[in-house]
Ligand binder design. Structure first.
Ligand SMILES: [Zn+2]
Length: 294
């Protein structure tokens, strides 16, 4: 048969060497990243606190990457107003007995990669055995008390903790890595004024969301684009920590090809200015969470 005059060869001549196996490997493209260790990802367990908008995004990212196991804690049920920004919730999930953690777990496990254990309840009631089983923790919460709880328990169990916050066009992430002894935790930045505010229920922009009497719940603005960005940054930090922590513990250097996670700074995103900025955070030498541990 004559060759195609334009190309100089026929389709029959082309040998797709190994293409079939490359395309059959679920994780082929991420395994191509230098410094990647799929086995490390597969055998890791992450505690995710909060199955709302950011929790949906975080679980989606961790699941697609093939994290072995996720414990997902949330006590809330699915409302119709969640449906503009939660990838795992559908109209049929709205209802008083449809818990967010159950719905996320059920739908995310359809990918068949990650075991997700939903825990319906408050983080304060979580059994401590679960912390011992985890390699990292993450919070996707809208209240400071629960964040501080995850912060202190994670620190106690030597678990890297990646926190996130969302407020409309704005979002932030912050990593607490107990192995980096001179880096701050979330409690470090809490002044007595902050703690005062916490109990008065201020939102993260300082807007008062509850009066002393007659609780008036004010919901914060939220869109999927900001949530996706923050959930992705949070997942990225978790994966970088999982891929680099062994090396850091051994000789103080992070996985060279993957780079270190964000340490000692809050990474803030401002969607109105299209900007990312770092806010330096100082370790409080008398912090009761991170300064008592040697
Ligand atoms: Zn601290």
């Amino acid at each position: 048969m004559a060759k195609d005059p334009e190309r100089g060869f026929d389709d029959d001549d082309v040998q797709f060497l190994g293409v079939e196996s490359i395309n059959q490997d679920l994780f082929d493209r991420q395994k191509r990243l230098k410094g990647w260790d799929q086995e490390k990802i597969r055998t890791s367990t992450v505690l995710v606190v909060g199955a709302g908008a950011t929790g949906n995004e975080l679980v989606k990212n961790l699941t697609l990457m093939g994290i072995g196991k996720i414990y997902l804690v949330d006590f809330d049920n699915v409302d119709r107003s969640n449906l503009n920004r939660c990838v795992f919730f559908k109209e049929s999930d709205v209802g008083k007995t449809q818990f967010k953690a159950n719905i996320v777990a059920r739908n995310a496990m359809e990918y068949g990669r990650t075991k997700i254990v939903p825990i319906i309840g408050k983080i304060e009631d979580l059994k401590e055995e679960i912390y011992k089983e985890c390699n990292a923790t993450a919070s996707c919460l809208d209240n400071v008390e629960a964040r501080l709880h995850v912060n202190s328990y994670s620190y106690f169990y030597d678990l890297p903790f990646v926190d996130s916050g969302i407020d409309g066009w704005y979002g932030s992430i912050f990593c607490v890595i107990p192995q980096v002894r001179d880096s701050p935790c979330i409690q470090c930045g809490m002044s007595s004024q902050d703690l005062d505010n916490m109990f008065k229920k201020f939102s993260c922009t300082g807007q008062e969301i509850a009066k002393e009497e007659g609780f008036t719940e004010m919901k914060m603005a939220n869109i999927i684009t900001t949530t996706s960005i923050i959930g992705a940054l949070q997942a990225q930090q978790i994966v970088k920590i999982l891929l680099g922590l062994d090396s850091f513990k051994k000789d103080g250097t992070w996985n060279e090809k993957v780079g270190p996670p964000v340490i000692g700074k809050e990474l803030r995103y401002d969607g109105t200015r299209n900007s990312f900025t770092f806010i330096e955070k100082m370790k409080n030498p008398s912090c009761w969470v991170c300064s008592t541990k040697k």
